[in-house]
Design a protein around this ligand. Sequence first.
Ligand SMILES: [Cu+2]
Length: 355
Amino acid sequence: MKYSALGKTREGENMRNIWNSLSKAAAPIAAAAILALAAAKPGHADTWNAAVGAQSADKGKQALAFLSNELWIHVGDGIRWTAATDELHTVTFLKTGQIRPPLFAAGNSGPFVGCPNATPDGSSFDGSTCVTSAPLTIGQTYTVHFPTAGNYKLVCLVHLRMTGAVHVLPTLQQLPHDQDFYDRQAVQDKAELLWGAFVLEGLGNAVAEPSSAHGVTAGIADITATGGGSSTASVMRFLGATMVVRVGDTVEWTNRAPAIFHTITFGTEPTNAFPPFPQGLPTDPDGVRHTVISSPNQSVNSGVIGSPNQETVGAPQLSLDFTRFRVTFTSPGTFNYICALHDQIGMKGTVIVHP
Ligand SMILES: [Cu+2]
């Protein structure tokens, strides 16, 4: 989706132009005029536009980001977010202190949990009751209204490090930016994040270049931040996706994407890809799950691999992350695999095993 396609629904453009020109005048008369005009504003609300995520044409590079990720609006205004990726996102405002819910119930095989459930499109958020969209896919929109002044944190329940800020100012307060500014900023942020993913792809490929190590980079990402929140440039691809080895060789996958999970899944895709299949996959002394595949018909799922989240003061220490997975191939053949979480955006690979 092109950002220009998001368009504008600024009912208050004339009002704001008057306001902007008046606010540049220094005379007290102008100040009085501003107050008079502002007093006329109640009952009037703007709807701002923002995007959720951005992606490359092949969907392999994803900007996990609210674009823009920081907006200043007036009390009574709304923001309409438009999802721009095949990767799912939510638009979510949790209450301060609320425990972040999992995305799906029953260990990720059940329905969307929400806070609880999704709240209707057009819901209002004032900090007292949480508001969330369902997981949104490309082209879907979700609008939130803000009836109370305050500063609110925006999160995505799918991605751990995808946040933003909405500053809701009193009607008399001048806003720092207009919709055109946010549209330009969204285009620039998109370009920077997708360019970042392009650079990461090169980095991941350099490491995964077929060699005696038989290493595959199972996704790579970088988190960046603005004053409003954090965004992630992510390569949702296996780098070294076609690996050629010999019988008896071991291929090793490494997830280099912080707070983004992937699986390495051969054969039948399990209903719930989060736990490894078969259960009780053996583990090497260095803590890496390691299994043997002897037939292209064999079903094996790594379970999710990746780093769960940043270290957090006050939270229990987690065990060492599962960031790697190993498979030893004992028969020749062509072995196709997918990431069960991201195959719909093309995250797939092949291991060709020669005698
Ligand atoms: Cu994945």
